[in-house]
Design a protein around this ligand. Structure first.
Ligand SMILES: NC(=O)c1ccc[n+]([C@@H]2O[C@H](COP(=O)([O-])OP(=O)(O)OC[C@H]3O[C@@H](n4cnc5c(N)ncnc54)[C@H](O)[C@@H]3O)[C@@H](O)[C@H]2O)c1
Length: 720
């Protein structure tokens, strides 16, 4: 053994071949600080070994290397930019030192080779993959760019245009695609990977393959004429500007770096990469996107744990109600492989539910994402029914009938009487207290909320609402079922609006007040979409949610939080509701919805809406004020939910709004936004508006947090 560390080893095999193996103690190979230390030691050991003639890089795991250790990023990136340039240079230097070994090198790539894992392979002279290999540089998804030489080596191996496409999309490519562009030199069956890699390496050692010539372009300037360079980079920049936009700086910084580095040799190009990486590491977008990645891990980890803990497996489900939500839930369960009975009281509703599911599936077939056989299989997994008989053996029931506590109470009691003693019953109510509904069932420990979002097949979030008497086993089984359905479940405690709607309605209240004061709703939408980054501004979102639904929810919220979410007098939403302007569902709300001559959907600000709002004069508000007036109430309520233990952690609070409402990902969620603004600055901003009502008043807990200088991400703030 030339070297044996905790993650890496180097062993001299027969014929002077050194096997440089990645086999970390944990479940995956990744580049953390300790691994870098070992990497340096491996290089030194190979250099010291006079018998070494070639290096074979392998993985002892089912994946090659999954990338850098992202958990180290946020604390590391707190350092000043100049220090980060040095930090990333010390890492990229190691890859350079490996590349400069005076013997041929080959990577035998199995499974994932992502980020730093891909860069490890790129630093080798040859790369051979097996059919399980999936390769890519996903750094842009974290608001970054490759930092271990990826922006230097990839363009010099596959050409600037291919490299920019790989790095700006951050996609993973399967082995044949990677070979088509030249990232891989060969693809073989998994059982032949080692043997084939050794053969290729031996050919290089024997001089049958010219490894020095293969390496050389990676050490030089990019082979592009000035005219080609202008054309290539301008096209790339045009595409990136259109796709990424101003909120996501990473792809543009990356392409500018590759362009600036095009005429440089490796050392010059690498210095530019080091600088570009450090610059991006300091952006708020990178902090937000890395935070999201980690928050997603928290949610996935909890779902996995729930899966292990759940004593009740869900092999068959049932949904009551075949409406918008029931139909969507049936589709999603069936699509992900859990057969489901869909019950309604009306034949026509069952037909509609099935037609909706068939419509979603047909689109997938048309797009080539599914074949007709799989489509038929999914539809066969949905059993429409007008009676309870077919759901006797269901493990979980999701009630999704009309939002009426009486009807729900009756239906829940009926279904509980039909299913097995150990079956779990849930409700998809969006506003009714789970504890209130629990009064209708006998087995209260086996009852909870399972709140899906519309459209079910697109929205990733499911709020699993724990009632006072819900058991941990029930929560675990429902979380596991939601995860099996391909959703991201977050467990929240019962309260009016649960988590997502509870924090959305104060935001809508901020909007209503602003409009009442004379703000033009289209101007507010524009600021919240273009500047803040929401997929829809509040007026448009209200139209999509349904003005009737929103008006109803406002009532529920004001009953639940009478001092804070007081019903607004002359609320524009109520005025539209009174005139039956229900939003997109009946073609009229704040906007009028229709179709143009070509049949494309149209959305125009409705004159009637302006008249109903009835402001004598309109008033202009600065973008900052619009953002503050809407976002302060939302963030304040998120903090209250954390303090009251409605939601467990800041990570889940952020992900809940990202997955449930489409909160702009580059802002990382409401708590990340609060900490990016700075808690103290946020309080100063909120205090300016405190006279407008309780929704603008920050909690004592937030003031304490600001004083202590702590972060919501590392503190348990529960006070209730
Ligand atoms: N639509 C949304 O955006 C949304 C989002 C989240 C949650 N929810 C909640 O989901 C539930 C359903 O909402 P929806 O929008 O799908 O409503 P919907 O009106 O589209 O569908 C309700 C369905 O329930 C059926 N139904 C009524 N009584 C029934 C009974 N006794 N047994 C079986 N079926 C019965 C109706 O025939 C209808 O098909 C509500 O509680 C709602 O608050 C809705």
């Amino acid at each position: 053994m030339l070297f044996q560390g905790k993650s890496l080893s180097a062993e001299l095999l027969a014929d002077g071949i050194v096997e440089f193996k990645f086999d970390a103690e944990g479940s995956v190979n990744k580049f953390d600080q300790a691994t870098f230390e070992e990497y340096r030691a491996v290089i030194a050991a190979i250099k010291d070994c006079s018998d070494a003639k070639g290096v074979l890089v392998t993985s002892g795991k089912s994946a090659f290397i999954v990338g850098a250790d992202i958990t180290e990023f946020l604390s590391t990136f707190k350092q000043p930019e100049e220090t980060l340039v040095e930090w990333v240079k010390s890492a990229s230097d190691v890859f350079d030192a490996f590349e400069d070994l005076e013997l041929p090198t080959i990577a035998a790539v199995n499974g994932f080779a992502l980020g730093g894992g891909c860069e490890m392979a790129l630093a080798c002279d040859y790369r051979i993959g097996d059919t399980t290999a999936q390769i890519g540089l996903p750094e842009v998804k974290l608001g970054l760019m490759p930092g271990f030489g990826g922006t230097v080596r990839l363009p010099r191996i596959v050409g600037a245009d291919n490299a920019v496409e790989w790095m700006s999309t951050g996609k993973q490519y399967k082995a044949p695609q990677a070979m088509a562009v030249g990232v891989l030199d060969a693809v073989v069956a998994p059982e032949l990977l080692r043997e084939s890699a050794l053969k290729m390496l031996n050919d290089a050692i024997a001089g049958k393959l010219d490894w020095k010539a293969k390496r050389q372009p990676k050490l030089e300037a990019l082979k592009l004429s000035p005219v080609e360079a202008v054309m290539t980079f301008n096209t790339c920049k045009g595409m990136i500007a259109a796709k990424a936009g101003k909120h996501y700086p990473a792809p543009m910084v990356m392409v500018n770096t590759i362009e600036a580095a095009a005429g440089q040799d490796r050392a010059g190009a690498m210095a530019l990469e080091n600088q570009g990486f450090a610059k991006l590491a300091k952006t708020d977008a990178a902090t937000a996107q890395i935070g999201l990645f980690m928050a997603d891990q928290v949610i996935k980890g909890k779902a996995k744990k729930a899966g292990k803990m759940a004593t009740k497996a869900v092999n068959k489900a049932a949904v009551l109600g075949a409406g918008i939500m029931g139909g969507g839930i049936a589709y999603q369960s069936a699509y992900k492989g859990t057969p489901i009975v869909m019950k309604d009281i009306a034949d026509s509703a069952l037909d509609l539910g099935l037609t909706t599911a068939a419509g979603i599936l047909t689109k997938q077939v048309e797009r080539g994402r599914m074949n007709a056989k799989k489509m038929a299989g999914v539809l066969n997994n949905i059993t429409p029914s007008l009676s309870y008989d077919s759901m006797k053996d269901a493990d979980v029931v999701v009630e999704a009938v009309v939002e009426n506590p009486k009807v729900k109470g009756i239906v829940l009691a009926e279904v509980e009487g039909v299913v097995a003693e150990d079956a779990i019953v849930t409700s998809n109510t969006s506003t009714i207290s789970i504890d209130l509904l629990a009064q209708s069932v006998k087995r209260k420990d086996k009852f909870c909320g399972m709140h899906f979002f519309n459209p079910v097949h697109k929205m990733p979030l499911v709020e699993v609402i724990r009632g006072k008497e819900t058991s941990d086993e029930t929560v675990a089984a429902v979380v596991a079922y939601a995860a099996k359905m391909g959703k991201s479940p977050i467990v929240v405690n019962d309260c009016p609006g649960f988590y997502v709607n509870r924090v959305l309605f104060p935001y809508f209240a901020g909007f209503s007040h602003l409009v009442k004061e004379g703000a033009d709703f289209t101007a507010v939408d524009k600021v919240m979409e273009k500047q803040f980054g929401w997929p829809m501004g509040p007026a448009y979102l209200l139209d999509v949610v349904g003005i009737d639904t929103a008006d109803h929810c406002t009532g529920v919220m004001s009953a639940g939080f009478p001092t804070r979410m007081t019903k607004i007098e002359n609320d524009p939403v109520s005025k539209l509701y009174a005139e039956e302007r229900y939003g997109q569902k009946n073609g009229k709300g704040f906007y009028d919805y229709g179709k143009d001559k070509r049949g494309r959907p149209t959305k125009v600000p409705a004159q009637t809406a302006y008249e109903l709002i009835g402001n004598a004069e309109s008033k202009d508000f600065a973008a900052d004020e619009i953002i503050a007036r809407l976002m302060i109430p939302m963030v304040n309520e998120v903090v209250r939910c954390l303090e009251e233990g409605i939601v467990d952690t800041a990570a889940e609070a952020d992900m809940g709004l990202i997955y449930g409402l489409g909160f702009p990902p580059f802002r990382g969620g409401p708590i990340r936004y609060l900490e990016t603004v700075g808690i103290e600055n946020f309080i100063a901003m909120a205090d300016k508006y405190a006279h407008l009502g309780e929704i603008y008043q920050v909690t004592d807990g937030m003031r304490e947090m600001a004083k202590s200088g702590k972060s919501y991400f590392f503190t348990d703030v529960k006070t209730a």
